[in-house]
Design a protein around this ligand. Structure first.
Ligand SMILES: Cc1cc2nc3c(=O)[nH]c(=O)nc-3n(C[C@H](O)[C@H](O)[C@H](O)COP(=O)(O)O)c2cc1C
Length: 358
């Protein structure tokens, strides 16, 4: 699969997640089988570009190409300027955020809220494409199915965005109103895919190899984007890739491998954030890695009290060494939650809800 001139390693993408998919985590996911990763969103507010938060988000040191940066905002000119600014700092692909239900960006509702104002949404896309085209930088876009259940305009907007020059569209199968509640539906994703010539990426609730295959088959999408299921489980990409290629499951990772991956992740994390912020922001990652491991919850409470990198690293290493006395591999993810039946049920849930409501 290609985005503009960039050939991707495969069609399994890491979803942009603010506060999660920083450079260390993106690199780890790519190492473990993700074919593509987009940065956390970067604000289009010029006055914040020099802030520590934005400069960390614009850090791509050592990251494999293509470097994709997501921009968020509500003003067409500011978004065009943000695209140019990020291209000057190494971005090779610019992604427009119309998918995030996050609070306010630029003192106005940005992200998926833009889907409510189709004229403004198109103005933003046209301005960003105009800024990127002379630099040969493809523009992609991430959206939801619409603003609310009664106003699902993903298809109308996707057609307009394609005509305006967007080169790939990701659709998260929820409305803005849903936030993260309920289930993602994939009928809208399938409609968008059927109508467009550019690649379409399916996103939402993909958390197992079976579900990945089901969503790909159901939507006909060109690629899949995985967010929350990769938290603390960055090897999910190789698990899905293996299942797609062979129809069989990879064995869960060895505990020793997870220990090494997590310790390396932490070191990389501290390098980007420094000790004070790094130790604190690493806690959520550690919690995710450990949440399905025996004793993980109890360990987490203790670990959250630690204040420096060395103590955090040592505690994590000790936890894995102790657990290594009991098991070689981490437990497999429960198949009743992620198996084919659940996948099928999840696929049509939204449609069933609509039918029940009608
Ligand atoms: C913590 C968190 C942060 C997110 N930040 C962004 C973001 O910056 N930009 C964006 O387009 N989507 C963002 N999202 C949405 C995800 O990219 C994705 O669309 C959503 O989580 C659904 O996919 P999933 O079910 O695989 O997690 C975020 C989601 C989470 C959970």
């Amino acid at each position: 699969m290609n985005i503009g001139p960039y050939a991707l390693a495969n069609n399994l993408f890491v979803a942009p997640m603010a506060g999660v998919t920083d450079r260390p985590f993106r690199m780890l996911c790519k190492k473990l089988g993700a074919g593509y990763a987009v940065s956390e969103m970067v604000t289009s507010r010029r006055d914040l570009w020099d802030s520590l938060k934005t400069s960390r988000r614009a850090n791509h040191e050592g990251e494999a190409a293509p470097i994709a940066v997501q921009i968020a905002g509500t003003d067409a000119q500011m978004m065009a300027d943000a695209a140019a600014y990020n291209i000057d700092r190494g971005a090779q692909i610019i992604d427009i955020n119309m998918g995030c239900p996050a609070k306010k960006v630029c003192n106005k509702w940005a992200g998926s809220a833009l889907m409510q104002d189709e004229t403004l949404a198109l103005q933003i896309v046209e301005a960003v494409v105009a800024a990127c085209a002379p630099r040969q930088v493809p523009v992609t876009l991430k959206m939801r199915t619409g603003w609310c259940q009664s106003h699902k305009n993903a298809l109308v907007l996707a057609r307009a965005f394609e005509s305006a020059g967007v080169q790939m569209i990701t659709v998260h199968g929820r409305t803005r109103e849903q936030g993260y509640k309920g289930w993602a539906e994939y009928d809208t994703v399938a409609e968008v895919k059927a109508a467009l010539r550019i690649p379409v990426v399916a996103n939402g609730d993909i958390d197992s190899p079976e579900k990945a295959c089901a969503v790909l088959a159901y939507t006909g999408a060109d690629a899949l984007m995985i967010g929350r299921a990769a938290q603390g489980r960055p090897w999910i990409f190789r698990e899905i890739a293996h299942f797609m290629a062979t129809g069989t499951h990879l064995a869960p990772p060895l505990l020793a491998e997870v220990k090494r991956l997590l310790l390396d992740h932490l070191l990389d994390h501290y390098t980007l954030y420094g000790e004070f912020t790094g130790v604190r922001s690493a806690r959520k990652h550690i919690g995710w890695y450990l949440k399905s491991l025996p004793g993980g919850e109890a360990f987490r409470a203790q670990m959250n009290l630690l204040q420096d990198c060395q103590a955090q690293l040592a505690a994590v290493a000790d936890f894995f060494d102790a657990l290594g006395e009991q098991m070689d591999r981490i437990p497999a993810v429960a198949s009743n939650k992620h198996g084919p039946e659940a996948a099928q049920a999840g696929l049509n849930k939204d449609k069933k809800q609509e039918e029940a409501a009608a």
